[in-house]
Write a protein of this length. Structure first.
Ligand code: GLN
Length: 279
């Protein structure tokens, strides 16, 4: 009898010990909330360094890090930071590749919960979809071949052949250039190739992506003549009346105040991030 009681006590202590160990492990290595519903997030991985695919097919980039930091405590950020974020928003991100041009209609049809793809918040887009608070300060740039001397600014683009990405803010901007002959492309790599081939005189696209590609040797023979022609802000896009808007906005605020945003910004751009407006 005594032996039996002893055995039960031993069992109880052992079970409690195991329980404590499990709790300790969970707080040291937090995982995404098991009850969390997957959040389907569309992205067009042709926009270095915001979203792109590595040789082995892995999605990487500033936007990918930001989205993972917003959603997952085990997103590769330091544990102390991740734990804080987990409380703000608990969901598992499921990325889906989607051509940039199809993003808005896909969101309108609610086929995905959100999209992160260097998407500029514009009044026109706000008519049909919702955006989070701004998470990135951006702007457009004019890129030309290195040997081109006659395009220096917006005015020298008049009547020129210009390549842009379909459905982008660069495409909208190009429409305002008098007599410009505009060619549209599906993604960045394609329109830069057209510029290098001599089919067009200039490309109008997002300054950060263009400057990054030039700096990292991914765009040889191309230079930027005017950058930040416009002031734009990227936002996480969602269907109108999205139930996730609040959590995502709160998550961005947390990442901005706890240093995670700065950490991700410096990882990709090696400089201090600029101030962002609240809305
Ligand atoms: N920022 C630009 C836009 O929203 C282009 C983004 C992109 O090519 N991914 O139109």
């Amino acid at each position: 009898m005594v032996k039996l009681i002893n055995f039960k006590w031993q069992q109880l202590i052992l079970s409690l010990g195991c329980l404590l160990l499990i709790i300790a492990c969970q707080s040291l290595y937090p995982t995404t909330d098991p009850d969390a519903k997957p959040l389907k997030v569309a992205t067009d991985p042709t926009f270095v360094p915001f979203e792109f695919q590595t040789a082995d097919g892995k999605l990487e980039g500033f936007d990918i890090d930001l989205m993972n930091a917003l959603a997952s405590p085990a997103a590769g950020l330091t544990l102390s930071l991740s734990k804080g974020i987990a409380k703000v928003a608990g969901f598992a991100v499921q990325f889906e590749s989607l051509p940039f041009d199809g993003t808005i209609s896909t969101l309108q049809a609610k086929r995905v919960d959100a999209a992160i793809s260097g998407i500029t918040i514009t009044a026109e887009r706000l008519k049909t979809i919702a955006f989070s608070r701004p998470y990135f300060k951006a702007g457009l740039a004019i890129a030309v071949r290195e040997d081109n001397q006659n395009i220096q600014d917006f005015n020298s683009l008049k009547g020129k052949k210009i390549a842009v990405q379909i459905g982008s803010t660069g495409a909208d901007f190009a429409k305002t250039i008098p007599n410009a002959k505009i060619s549209t492309f599906n993604s960045g790599p394609e329109f830069f190739q057209d510029l290098l081939n001599g089919n067009v005189d200039a490309v109008i696209s997002d300054a950060f992506a263009t400057l990054y590609a030039i700096k990292n040797g991914k765009l040889k023979g191309i230079r930027v003549v005017a950058d930040f022609l416009t002031q734009e802000y990227y936002g996480i896009a969602m269907p109108k009346d999205s139930p996730h808007l609040d959590a995502i906005n709160k998550g961005i605020a947390t990442l901005l105040s706890n240093g995670t945003y700065k950490q991700i910004y410096q990882k990709w751009f090696k400089v201090e991030p600029p101030q962002l407006p609240d809305s």
